[in-house]
Design a protein around this ligand. Sequence first.
Ligand code: ANZ
Length: 976
Amino acid sequence: MSSHQILQFRSDPFVLSHCCRHTHLTSSLTLQSPLKQPFSGLRFRWRRSNHGGVRSSKTVAQSNNGNRKEEALVSETATTTIELKRVYPFHEIEPKWQRYWENNRTFRTPDDVDTSKPKFYVLDMFPYPSGAGLHVGHPLGYTATDILARLRRMQGYNVLHPMGWDAFGLPAEQYAIETGTHPKTTTLKNIDRFRLQLKSLGFSYDWDRELSTTEPDYYKWTQWIFLQLYKRGLAYQAEVPVNWCPALGTVLANEEVVDGVSERGGHPVIRKPMRQWMLKITAYADRLLEDLDELEWPESIKEMQRNWIGRSEGAELNFSILDGEGRETDKKITVYTTRPDTLFGATYMVVAPEHHLLSYFVTEEQRQQVEEYKDFASRKSDLERTELQKDKTGVFTGCYAKNPANGDAIPIWVADYVLASYGTGAIMAVPAHDTRDNEFALKYNIPIKWVVKNEADSSDDAKQVYPGLGIIENSSSSETGLDINQLSSKEAGLKVIEWAERTGNGKKKVNYKLRDWLFARQRYWGEPIPILILDESGETIAVSESELPLTLPELNDFTPTGTGEPPLSKAVSWVNTVDPSTGKPAKRETSTMPQWAGSCWYYLRFMDPKNPEALVDKEKEKYWSPVDVYVGGAEHAVLHLLYSRFWHKVLYDIGVVSTKEPFKCVINQGIILGEVQYTAWKDQEGNYVSADNEERLNEHQQVTIPEEKVMKSGDHFVLKEDPSIRLIPRVYKMSKSRGNVVNPDDVVLEYGADSLRLYEMFMGPFRDSKTWNTSGIEGVHRFLARTWRLVIGLPQSDGSFKDGTIVTDDEPTLEQLRTLHKCIAKVTEEIESTRFNTGISGMMEFVNAAYKWNNQPRRIIEPFVLLLSPYAPHMAEELWSRLGHPNSLAYESFPKANPDYLKNTTIVLPVQINGKTRGTIEVEEGCSEDVAFVLASQDEKLRKYLDGQSIKKRIYVPGKILNVILDRTNVKVATK
Ligand code: ANZ
């Protein structure tokens, strides 16, 4: 840090309420704060501010508490105003308690917990330890789970709250290719950084249970699960298309392909069939669908999973291929349709370019064109062929098939809007009733035949495509005897299926959009697949369980082989081996598992992380399963959650786990967006152009305006210096390229971890997206500082705080008890309903009320400190210890609200002025004299007696009367 950097403190308004907020201070780190906080050994971040100027201010901080009356005078030099951020010593408290928790292993969940107690397993989606470190999105979810964990611990639950690393993956491998650094080295370094960052936020993880998916002790069991899948026929090999980049000589993951070219280098990528390991998740499709109903998950995720599984009911129907003379051959094309009722309207067929029969029936005249089309289609992803497709394309194969319902010869086309991977890879096209077929038929002049009548539409010229259900027409054939006219779509569909099954023309069929899971990557940095391939026969053999873990061999060269062979094939002595049972030469599988593998089951290992004998001990699993609350980003709504549910169900079937589902309740935290950015426009002369002038804005230059130059005017934002210039506020995702990324380390350094935790919880409802706003942190930071002073008192003249507290052993008043118990009820309820933001509001109300009291009784303050502890654990521990408790508060009983104090009891209090009743006010029963007096002086009727008067004395009988005696000697006489 350069010594020319500029220093800026920000104050708490309680101490420096009228102080100018910004200043220039060209000073070095030896500067002292006006309140002489002890700063030794601290790193500071000083910021240049935009304002300077000569100011001086005097700030008076007063309370009704006689022993805390204090006047703080802050003088400023001609060029300086210093604002103090460190209004309480979080920089000392936070590392102190983090050390304490670590040394005492405070949050360790013992192996032998008392299982008669209830359990609470609260889990974060564990992070990928990227090189960039934590971003402020991470602590959002982590703080929420930490609050829940801390609450439940104090409520007497055994809590499991672990953390680990999902650490296999591409970035470390790419870095290895670029720099030669082994992915393991990079991964360990990143993990160390993440761990340090998480510890600096005071999360109550049981670090003794930390795990990484990249450790052989862990992936031994990932491999073990693979073997169980393999033994049950749920892992198999198949030819599937992969993203092959000839120029890079490697297979790419979907995320490495952007618009048909490689993300690195922009080289063309084609889809090429390769032999791959697949997992048969489709065998579990029905159970994955049905069991969703019992889960306490957001309805939106459940719906996404249902759509992903995509169950549809229909029929498979067989169409015979005709030869050149129009005669039926023995080859049939089977189609999948959800609308068998439209069979008579099928005027052509389409097969996917990859259809296995295509080369058999394509005519010689059409072969060249079809081959070119297949090549053209191989460059597109499934998404480009379906959702993103604007214009349908296809080629006639020259061949015809027989519509089984009426014997019509219909042309067979090849078109890429039909996917090889869905249904049978072939369709009967019904252009009158399917929009895609309609577009295609219109483009290629194929006949359209209407067979479903829209009951709601009586007009006859309904020659539009009608995809809905209705009454069937034009659908009978004397040749086949099938007649479905006048039936409803539903009845007709059933009749067609029944007819097809009877005549051998097809059968009922349930289909799923869900595909089997491509479970191999041509990568180094992943779990080796524990399979041998015999040289002689090509037969695959499972590595014996006793040989696990099959560790990754060391490799120095991570560059692609150029042939599509995975980098592991370079580890020749590892690859070439023998089958131990027969002694026959064999090769090891060189593909590795995809990154999803390790995250499929990590929640189980946390229950028993060191067990060398089993994936998880049965008794431990029975106690801790399922995860009670699982928090993470909505981006994992489908794949991760579906894959782990699948593995869990397999493990359930083989008796490893005792529950059908792994995660009882899933919560998605919202995204944190970057700070609002204000855009203004300038014309060529450099003058601002107001954003009202929308049409011409493009012609002007955009400029970003700093927040301090912006003000709100009505619903709009305008320039402070010229309010006629309207600005546009915009919010962006945090991204490096935009430069709006907030680093949690910086926030911790400036405001402390408790402030960051509190701010992230206070930003808004936990599940909503929210925008970052640094002044919001200052708000919660001030609240914490106020809380600190409420218990500890004001700083001494040298800026330091006394060791003890100002808490008294007085009996609390009814009002104090009521305020406390309302706060207990509110905070408990809000945390339990994951409304963390309103829980904080409850505590703020308490602190505001407590500031009006004359004393801070221990019986009130101690429970409040416990309430605060899940949110701001460092400060709470420090206060607790200063209140005289030698041990951590982590296992103290969480306060319980006493319903007697929760009743809302207001009374009508008569108010006398000089002994004469002049009106009444409504007050809380047991309200203090000060509050009653303030309410009286704000009362419409009473104000006229009190305004501008000197008060001699007040006589207050709580619950009975307030009598205000005016000072007669000092009566101000109105002069005309
Ligand atoms: C005839 C028909 C008539 C269809 C009609 C729809 C409406 P879901 O509901 O998503 O399962 N289809 C079948 N296999 C396909 C493939 N591999 N690629 C593209 N489309 C395919 O969709 C099933 C419907 O999608 C099927 O029903 C089929 O078109 C088409 F008025 O058959 B239908």
